[in-house]
Ligand binder design. Structure first.
Ligand SMILES: *[C@@H]1O[C@H](CO)[C@@H](O)[C@H](O)[C@H]1NC(C)=O
Ligand SMILES: *[C@@H]1O[C@H](CO)[C@@H](O)[C@H](O)[C@H]1NC(C)=O
Ligand SMILES: *[C@@H]1O[C@H](CO)[C@@H](O)[C@H](O)[C@H]1NC(C)=O
Length: 342
């Protein structure tokens, strides 16, 4: 009897603290911005065009099978080629955290920077965000072809870039990275304007996560980590500035900033912040046996100590799919809450 009472009391305590935690989180998401008539609500969005790097890429090829209601990511077979040992945020957003049948055209490419001529990618054939927009999106989708009959009022444009731009440049001196970031954001804004001119009205921008806490950075000195972190913060400030000026200059747009940096930080600080990541046991390192090749999802190799999905990091730079699921949920919650830049 006593133990039943105690455990009920404990449950109540747990409930009330988790309700509080949820309220705090939702406050961060709450939107006081009024959506324009171009935003039908998350549940009426029918198409999403996505641009990004390896955190986002699923290996979609826009010249092959297009998304359809029964195959909403087109090609390759779900979840595609991800760097997450399972589905990534685009996959989860399209099939788990969607509020409608969402057809997703994911032009992201591993290793992408904004503009290869400003920050060289790790190999020359990488399709930058400039290439994804100018050389892939425009010729394939700008005309609203019958294979992708999008309109201004039912389509989301999501861009998640910066990890490689910062990753391939942070060690230069501050005046160099400051000038570089300014130049990159000029290109970024130019691309957004070109999408706007073709009818895009709903934009989601994801901030750069704390990759200064990824194993490849943890292997560096504390001073180097601090310098990388400062460059990430500078990038994310410019992202917010761009979002605000975009909304100011083009009042008919709806702009959503998704604070990926905050979501990653919460999970790295405390994996139990979200049920999806509560299983994580190791947030600082990756296991060699898991990073090589593509281990089956949830593989367990005894020498690694715990299964692959209990590691935050799959390899020196990429998180495993539970973190990607938290990111997808964060995107969906912000889209549900409404635009947060006004
Ligand atoms: C996309 O598919 C076409 C046709 O098979 C192929 O020629 C092209 O190389 C592919 N693009 C990429 C980036 O793999
Ligand atoms: C979400 O997408 C999946 C896959 O297309 C679909 O089966 C499901 O019905 C969608 N959910 C909603 C609420 O429309
Ligand atoms: C994390 O994983 C690495 C690589 O397997 C291992 O060396 C380290 O001890 C683990 N850390 C924790 C806290 O389990």
């Amino acid at each position: 009897m006593l133990s039943i009472f105690l455990s009920t009391g404990a449950t109540l305590l747990c409930l009330s603290s988790s309700v509080q935690a949820a309220a705090v989180k939702d406050k961060a998401l709450r939107s006081d911005c009024e959506a324009t008539s171009n935003w039908p609500g998350w549940s009426d969005i029918k198409h999403a065009f996505v641009f990004g790097d390896s955190y986002t890429s699923t290996g979609f090829n826009e010249t092959l099978e297009q998304p359809t209601p029964t195959n909403p990511l087109g090609n390759p077979t779900y979840p595609g080629w991800t760097a997450a040992n399972g589905p990534n945020w685009v996959d989860f957003l399209t099939v788990e955290y969607n509020a409608s049948i969402l057809l997703t055209y994911n032009l992201a490419y591993g290793g992408a920077t904004m503009d290869s001529s400003l920050v060289a990618p790790w190999k020359p054939e990488v399709s930058s965000i400039v290439n994804q927009v100018r050389d892939q999106w425009f010729p394939t989708y700008a005309s609203k072809p019958s294979s992708a009959p999008w309109s201004s009022e039912n389509t989301l444009f999501a861009i998640f870039d910066g990890i490689n731009d910062v990753g391939n440049s942070w060690w230069q001196d501050l005046s160099t990275t400051t000038a570089l970031n300014t130049a990159i954001f000029k290109v970024y804004r130019g691309l957004v304007d070109s999408l706007y001119d073709s009818g895009a009205r709903n934009f989601a921008f994801l901030s750069v996560p704390p990759v200064d806490r990824a194993p490849q950075s943890l292997a560096q000195s504390a001073e180097n980590q601090a310098q990388e972190k400062a460059d990430i913060e500078a990038w994310n400030t410019l992202l917010n500035d761009m979002a605000k000026s975009l909304k100011k200059e083009k009042p008919d747009v709806n702009v959503f900033i998704v604070d990926a940096n905050d979501l990653f930080t919460q999970v790295l600080d405390n994996p139990a912040s979200f049920p999806q990541t509560a299983l994580y046991k190791n947030t600082t390192a990756f296991c060699d046996d898991y990073q090589n090749g593509t281990p089956a999802q949830d593989t367990f190799t005894p020498s690694c100590g715990v299964p692959v999905n209990q590691y935050f990091w799959l390899n020196s730079l990429h998180p495993t799919y539970p973190m990607q699921e938290v990111l997808a949920e964060g995107v969906a919650k912000q889209l549900q809450a409404g635009p947060n830049v006004c």
